[in-house]
Write a protein that binds this ligand. Structure first.
Ligand code: SF4
Ligand code: SF4
Length: 167
């Protein structure tokens, strides 16, 4: 169950991840339809990230009356700042939740069910859209503005880690 996490301590809310996300999915720099977001509280300056927990959560999938949110396997493909063995922790693939737009009726049940506000109605296509880990190469991680102190990481749950093979 790999999923993207944003570090409150490292993120500077530069919004590079949102630009990369929207470019990959929408073909344009359009953070308003990014699948994740980071917000900076103007009063406290506290930064908070909002990302999908995929199958570790799955409340949208449970709520969907059409069965339109499917569990799919993605192979993790290293690239850019994401190209680091430490990121994978022995995990080469994992499950993500993907919206089947042909089945989605835009009823809105998943929008209400999501605890993190990261599944929405697409403004043009009028169907639900959410993070799908970019087919295994999360662009938010690839393009995070400072690869030395990556503010975005792939969280790998213990159950996903493969046993270490000793020579
Ligand atoms: S908006 Fe679409 S994906 Fe969300 S619950 Fe309704 S039918 Fe399912
Ligand atoms: S979109 Fe929201 S409800 Fe669905 S798995 Fe992600 S965090 Fe959970």
């Amino acid at each position: 169950m790999p999923h993207v996490m944003i570090s409150r301590k490292k993120c500077t809310a530069c919004h590079m991840c949102e630009l990369a996300c929207s470019l990959y999915h929408e073909g344009a720099y359009r953070p308003s339809v990014a699948r994740l977001r980071s917000e900076c509280n103007p009063t406290t300056t506290e930064i908070k990230g909002f990302t999908c927990l995929q199958t570790a959560c799955a409340k949208c999938q449970e709520a969907c009356p059409e069965g339109a949110i499917e569990t799919r396997v993605v192979t993790l493909e290293p690239e850019g700042a994401f190209d680091s063995a430490a990121k994978f922790e022995g995990v080469s693939a994992g499950h993500v939740l993907v919206v089947d737009e042909n089945k989605c009726s835009n009823c809105g049940d998943c929008y209400d069910a999501c605890p993190y506000g990261v599944i929405h109605e697409h403004p043009e296509r009028k169907v639900a859209y959410k993070c799908d880990l970019c087919d295994g190469t999360p662009q938010c991680i690839v393009f995070c503005q400072n690869p030395h102190v990556l503010a975005i990481d792939l969280k790998i749950d213990k159950a996903d880690r493969e046993p270490v093979t000793r020579a």
